[in-house]
Ligand binder design. Structure first.
Ligand code: GLN
Length: 540
């Protein structure tokens, strides 16, 4: 039977529960165990798919087409375990499910209530789709004390009671602030947070203390005493210089060992930290650097392009260089300023996006990259904008646009009519917006002797998608005549998946999101190649 590890957070949000869970997963896995990671989110949206990145950061997409919390990205990148639809649930998903059952008469005669109906359903989700795993790590979003996370906490309490306390481990992550004025480390917020947790019946077994500085023994003792955990189970996590250090530092603090000791099991293998040590050293000491401009609508919020930032760093790891990201707000990028902003960069990237705002700045930047031989990578919306730029300036379709911005006769990018998923025909829509895009992993076939087939070195690839609009294949001949090659297509040859430019050193647009599949320990070939091209182009 799987053992369950529940990770809660206290005092403040954004303490790094996701990274802590992901690091623990790596360590347990490295010790020979099969692990699964899950995220339970307390908000009312059914999934984060319809939320603005300003609200919730990036929407991460899994192979099986779920739009999920960005923490699932951390999980995949650190553990290499592919996340699934069943690994992310929200209050919205639980409620819509319970209410659907109520309408179907499944609870006939009963009053449907938070306890037991919502809490039971949460527990069913926690258990669902788990078979051979030794450990299931479930992170509870939000902070202890929030009204909306209460049903989740109640559920995990009940769950541990059902499967037995010895099969459940509670980890609580808190902030231990350092007060500069008095030069002191304060344990009181942790004490309060644990008190809150205990008031709902959960006694943490391990407390992870996030702190700016190392926590002295006296303060650890205090936490141990007041929070009722043994001193060895007070684990500190001091801010690391790079996130790749996290598995190393948790291992140093013996987090993985404490977990195994709790469950009374032994390590099957010696933990392997070498890959993390190697990349940490590389990231911290590399003296080469490339400047990459990312032009998007949400650049002010770092988490909005989390996987992308990571994938670019991975590209740097593959090329032994640091990637310096220059974030440019597309809305503010006027054609007259393009030269000023972009002359000195070595590569230009336009990420995924939605809506008309900021598109003219993106198109102007693409024009600059195309004409000045600057390595360019357009992802999803970025590819669509590259096609519009080319249509306007090379095909002379002056009003070329996307039907995402309104109906037009010159939509070189249009609403996808239909596509095939698992043998079934799916119809595109722009009315019902939740979960109706072309989502998840789809195959693309690459044209021989193209830049892209040189990069992937295979003919068939599978990449993750998240789009509603698509480059209109009917324009293909006209584009190819002018030098834009459709170098990757869906297996039925209907959907352009990749474009590139003849005669340009490195200009690629992809309809999918390669960033979701890049890993620090195995950088994605597209990002490795992009950074390599940028490195060659790096201005001194
Ligand atoms: N808005 C575009 C579409 O829906 C691009 C989406 C994206 O970049 N993820 O097709």
């Amino acid at each position: 039977m799987a053992r369950y590890i529940f990770v809660t957070g206290g005092v403040v949000s954004s303490l790094g529960k996701g990274l802590s869970s992901a690091s623990l997963a790596y360590l347990l896995q490295s010790r020979g165990y099969k692990v699964r990671l899950r995220k339970l989110d307390p908000y009312l949206n059914v999934d984060p798919g319809t939320m603005s990145p300003f609200q919730h950061g990036e929407v991460y997409v899994t192979d099986d087409g779920a739009e999920t919390d960005l923490d699932l990205g951390h999980y995949e990148r650190f553990s290499g375990i592919l996340a699934k639809k069943s690994d992310n649930i929200t209050t919205g998903k639980i409620y819509s499910d319970v209410l659907k059952r109520e309408r179907e008469g499944k609870y006939l005669g009963k009053t449907v209530q938070v306890i037991p109906h919502i809490t039971n359903r949460i527990q069913e989700f926690i258990k669902n789709d788990v078979s051979k795993e030794d450990f299931v790590i479930c992170e509870i979003g939000g902070t202890v004390g929030d009204i909306e996370s209460l049903p989740f906490l109640e559920s995990i309490r009940q769950f541990s009671n059902t499967i037995g306390r010895k099969n459940t481990l509670f980890i609580h992550l808190t902030l231990v602030p350092y007060m500069r004025a008095s030069d002191e480390i304060k344990t009181k917020p942790t004490q309060h947070s644990v008190k809150e947790l205990r008031s709902i019946g959960i006694q943490p077994d391990i407390i992870i203390c996030r702190s700016e500085r190392s926590i002295p023994l006296d303060q650890r003792k205090k936490i141990s005493l007041f929070c009722n955990v043994s001193i060895e189970d007070v684990i500190e996590t001091v801010d690391v210089k790079t996130i790749y250090e996290a598995p190393i530092s948790f291992n140093k603090e013996k987090l993985d060992l404490r977990v195994l000791e709790y469950f009374k099991i032994k390590s099957k293998k010696k933990v392997n930290l070498l890959p993390w040590k190697k990349i940490t050293k590389l990231v911290l000491t590399s003296r080469n650097k490339v400047d990459i401009a990312i032009i998007g609508k949400y650049v002010e919020l770092k988490d909005a392009y989390k996987s992308l930032d990571e994938a670019l760093t991975h590209g740097g790891i593959a090329n032994n260089c640091k990637v310096n990201l220059i974030r440019i707000e597309s809305d503010k990028l006027k054609a007259s300023q393009i030269k000023y902003y972009l002359s000195s960069v070595s590569g230009i990237l336009i990420p995924g996006g939605f809506g008309k705002r900021g598109t003219e700045g993106k198109i102007a930047a693409i024009n600059f990259a195309r004409k000045n031989n600057i390595p360019f990578l357009g992802i999803c919306f970025g590819m669509q904008m590259a096609v519009i730029e080319f249509a306007r300036n090379k095909l002379k379709i002056k009003n070329a646009t996307s039907s995402e911005f309104g109906s037009s006769k010159a939509s070189v990018v249009g609403l996808m009519n239909e596509w095939i998923k698992d043998g079934k025909l799916i119809k595109g829509t722009n009315k019902n917006l939740g979960g109706t895009m072309r989502l998840g992993s789809y195959e693309a076939r690459l044209k021989k002797d193209t830049l892209i087939s040189n990069i992937y070195k295979v003919q068939k690839i599978n990449e993750r998608h998240r789009h509603r609009y698509e480059v209109n294949i009917n324009f293909r001949k006209e584009f190819e005549k002018k030098g834009m090659i459709f170098s990757g297509l869906s297996p039925d040859n209907k959907l352009p998946e990749i474009i590139e430019l003849k005669g340009h050193p490195w200009f690629i647009g992809v309809q999918f999101h390669p960033e979701f599949k890049s890993r620090p320990l195995s950088p994605h070939p597209l990002f490795s190649s992009f950074i390599k091209a940028a490195k060659i182009n790096q201005k001194k």
